[in-house]
Design a protein around this ligand. Structure first.
Ligand code: NZQ
Ligand code: ZN
Length: 387
C-alpha cells in the first residue's frame, strides 16, 4: 500500500423520508438558501413542492435550468451572482450530478472576488466555499459524496474537473424513491459511469486484496442492481443499493493506498461531452472496451485476469491472454445488455473532429502519466476504434 490520507466529511442520510431531516441540517448553516435544480424533473416527481414545504421557515432563492454537462456560462456565473446579491448562507442542490456539480462551483465562486474560472482551472486556490447540502435524484456520479465537480465551457470546448476539499457537501440526502422516475437511458448511463469509476481505480499498478475486494464487490452490486432497476424502475431495494454503490464508487475509499491510475477513460470522455454535449455515461460505455483493448499487454494482463475471473466468472484455468480477451468482450457485452449505444456514431460523433479532440485530450488531461500511458496517437487510435 502507498501512503494516503482519506477524509470524507459528508454526512450521508439514506432511506425513506430522509428528507425530513432537511430543516435541521440547514438551520445551523443559515437562513438564506439558494435552491438549485435542473430542467424540471424535480417538479414532476413532487420533490420541489416537498422541499418548499420543508423550507417554509427559510428565505429561499432559486436557480433553475441547470443543464446536463453543466455550463459555466450561464449557470455557474448566474448562481454566483445570486449568492452575492442575496447574501446566501447555504446552497441546496436538488437533482443529479450536473445540478450538484454546478452548485459546488457556485459555492466556491461565491466566496471568491475574481472570476470563478480561476478556481476551476486551479489558477487560484479557494480559501473557502459556501456550505452545500443536496438531495440526490439520480444515482451515478458520486458527486454527493466527493469533493469534485465537472464544469463545461462551450466556447472553448473545455470540460474541466475541479477538485477541492471545500467542495464536499455538508450532507447528502439519499432517498431511492426519488430515482424511480429516472429513464432507462439515464439509469444505464449512471450504471456505466459508476462501473467505470471503479474500473478507473482497479486498473493501476499498486493495489491490495482489500481494495480489489471492495472494488469487485461494488461492481457486482452495481451490475446486479442496475439490471433490476432497468426492468423494474420502482424496485426500492435495487435502486437503494445502487445509489449507495454509486456514492462509494467515486470518493476514493475504494482505492485507499492504491497508486494513481490517471482516470484515462474520464480524461477522454470529458472531451467527447465537451465537444458534442453527449451523456457522460454513454461516452464511457463506448470508450471503456476500446481503451481496454488498446492497453492490453503482457504488463497489464494481470489486471484483466483478476477483473474477468472475479467479476464475470471467466474460467481461471484458461491462458491469461484468453481470459483478458474474454474480459474485454464481457465488458462490451455488459454495456450492450444495458441497451447502451456502443459506437460514437450512435451518439452523433463522426470522424470530423477526432484528431482535434485527441490533441485537446493529450494537451489537457495528462494521460501520458496514466498507469498505461497514452500519447496523442494512442488517444486518436482509441477514438477511431470507438467510431
Ligand atoms: O434537469 P432535470 O430535469 O433534473 O433532468 C435530468 C437530466 O435531464 C434527469 N434527471 C435527474 N434526476 C431525475 C431525472 N429525470 C427523471 N427523474 C429523476 N429523478 O437526468 C438527466 C441527466 O442528469 P445529470 O445530472 O446530467 O446526470 P448525472 O447525474 O449522470 O450527471 C452527469 C454530470 O456529472 C459529471 C459528468 O461529467 C456530467 O457532467 N460527473 C461528475 C462527477 C463528480 N462530481 O464526481 C464524476 C463523474 O465522473 C462525472 O464526470
Ligand atoms: Zn464519471
Amino acid at each position: 500500500m502507498e501512503n494516503f490520507i482519506y477524509h470524507t466529511p459528508t454526512k450521508l442520510i439514506f432511506g425513506q423520508n430522509a428528507i425530513t431531516n432537511l430543516p435541521d441540517i440547514l438551520r445551523p448553516l443559515g437562513q438564506r438558501v439558494l435552491l438549485t435544480y435542473g430542467g424540471g424533473s424535480i417538479k414532476k416527481i413532487g420533490l420541489y413542492d416537498e422541499v418548499k414545504r420543508l423550507l417554509a421557515d427559510f428565505k429561499v432563492f432559486e436557480l433553475s435550468g441547470i443543464a446536463p454537462n453543466p455550463k459555466y456560462d450561464p449557470s455557474v456565473l448566474e448562481g454566483v451572482r445570486l449568492c452575492r446579491e442575496h447574501r446566501i448562507d447555504v446552497v441546496l442542490a436538488v437533482g443529479g450530478g450536473s445540478v450538484l456539480d454546478c452548485s459546488k462551483a457556485i459555492c466556491a465562486g461565491a466566496l471568491y472576488d475574481g472570476d470563478p474560472w480561476d478556481l476551476i482551472t486551479y489558477r487560484v486556490k479557494a480559501k473557502a466555499a459556501l456550505p452545500l447540502v443536496d438531495v440526490l435524484t439520480l444515482a451515478a456520479t458520486g458527486s454527493e459524496y466527493d469533493s469534485g465537480c465537472v464544469i463545461s465551457r462551450t466556447e472553448t470546448n473545455d470540460k474541466v474537473g475541479y477538485i477541492d476539499e471545500h467542495l464536499f457537501p455538508v450532507a447528502s440526502i439519499l432517498d431511492p424513491r426519488y430515482t424511480f422516475s429516472v429513464s432507462k437511458k439515464q439509469t444505464a448511463a449512471g450504471a456505466a459511469d459508476a462501473i467505470n469509476h471503479v474500473i478507473e481505480q482497479y486498473f493501476c499498478a499498486t493495489h491490495s486484496d482489500l481494495t480489489d475486494g471492495m472494488c469487485e464487490s461494488v461492481i457486482r452490486s452495481l451490475i446486479k442492481n442496475a439490471k433490476i432497476a432497468l426492468e423494474h424502475p420502482d424496485d426500492e431495494g435495487a435502486r437503494g443499493e445502487f445509489m449507495v454503490d454509486c456514492s462509494l464508487a467515486c470518493n476514493g475509499i475504494l482505492s485507499v493506498g492504491n497508486s494513481p491510475s490517471g482516470w484515462p477513460c474520464h480524461g477522454m470522455e470529458h472531451a467527447l461531452s465537451a465537444y458534442y454535449d453527449i451523456t457522460h455515461g454513454e461516452g464511457l460505455a463506448i470508450l471503456t472496451p476500446r481503451w481496454m483493448h488498446h492497453i492490453l499487454s503482457p504488463e497489464t494482463t494481470e489486471r484483466f485476469v483478476s477483473f474477468g475471473t472475479h467479476i464475470f466468472g471467466i474460467d481461471a484455468a484458461l491462458p491469461a491472454a484468453d481470459i483478458a480477451e474474454q474480459t474485454i468482450q464481457a465488458t462490451y457485452d455488459l454495456f450492450t445488455s444495458f441497451g447502451m449505444p456502443m459506437h460514437l456514431r450512435d451518439v452523433g460523433i463522426d470522424e470530423t473532429r477526432l484528431a482535434e479532440m485527441a490533441h485537446h485530450i493529450a494537451e489537457n488531461e495528462g494521460l501520458d502519466n496514466a498507469w498505461a500511458p497514452l500519447s496523442e496517437a494512442d488517444i486518436l487510435s482509441i477514438l477511431r476504434a470507438s467510431l
